[in-house]
Design a protein around this ligand. Structure first.
Ligand code: URA
Length: 182
């Protein structure tokens, strides 16, 4: 039997490979397993930890708005995070937490087989391209191989702290929408 997102989510519940699992709940990705695009954020926050679902707090509400601006509902796409557990106080995930959780993202990508990985924020961008700076490359697609591109976008939460980034995020999404039509 082939691996599915549902089975992966069940397996994640029994996984103790990351210290964050001691104090928070597992949050795997969710959405359309046939999506051409996978959005990858950083790590769950408080609401995500409570509900066991990605991007359901304030950043998620803004992500819904951004998706809506290019004609998508969240059920149309697949949304996940690099780190599967909430870091205390929403601090940045530690390098070892990212390394520990990475196999889960890889398994999600192996199941969904997207054409485009849209990274939200620097943590997910730098997992794939450690040397790229989000402020320089956001909105510009990066080739991973002939069948897969990465599309870097600012993290929606960044615009909640810095309203000046709202316009840049809508513009990145507009470009993503165009890129997905190619
Ligand atoms: N920020 C993230 O990066 N991921 C979430 O799921 C929520 C907020």
């Amino acid at each position: 039997m082939s691996l599915t997102i549902e089975k992966l989510a069940e397996e994640l519940k029994n996984w103790k490979g990351c210290d964050l699992a001691k104090n928070s709940n597992p949050v795997l990705g969710e959405g359309n397993p046939k999506s051409k695009v996978v959005f990858i954020g950083e790590a769950p926050g408080q609401k995500e930890d409570e509900q066991g679902r990605p991007f359901v707090g304030p950043a998620g509400k803004f992500l819904d708005e951004l998706l809506d601006s290019i004609g998508f509902k969240r059920e149309d796409v697949y949304i996940t995070n690099i780190v599967k557990y909430r870091p205390p106080g929403n601090r940045d995930p530690l390098p070892e937490e990212k390394v520990a959780c990475l196999p889960w993202v890889k398994m999600e990508l192996a199941i969904i087989k997207p054409k485009v990985i849209a990274t939200l924020g620097k943590h997910s961008l730098n997992e794939f391209f450690p040397k790229l700076s989000i402020s320089k490359v956001h909105g510009e697609p990066q080739k991973i191989n002939d069948d897969l591109a990465l599309f870097p976008i600012y993290h929606p939460a960044a615009a909640l702290h810095n309203g000046g980034l709202r316009g840049a995020l809508f513009e990145d999404f507009r470009k993503l929408g165009e890129f997905l039509l190619k």
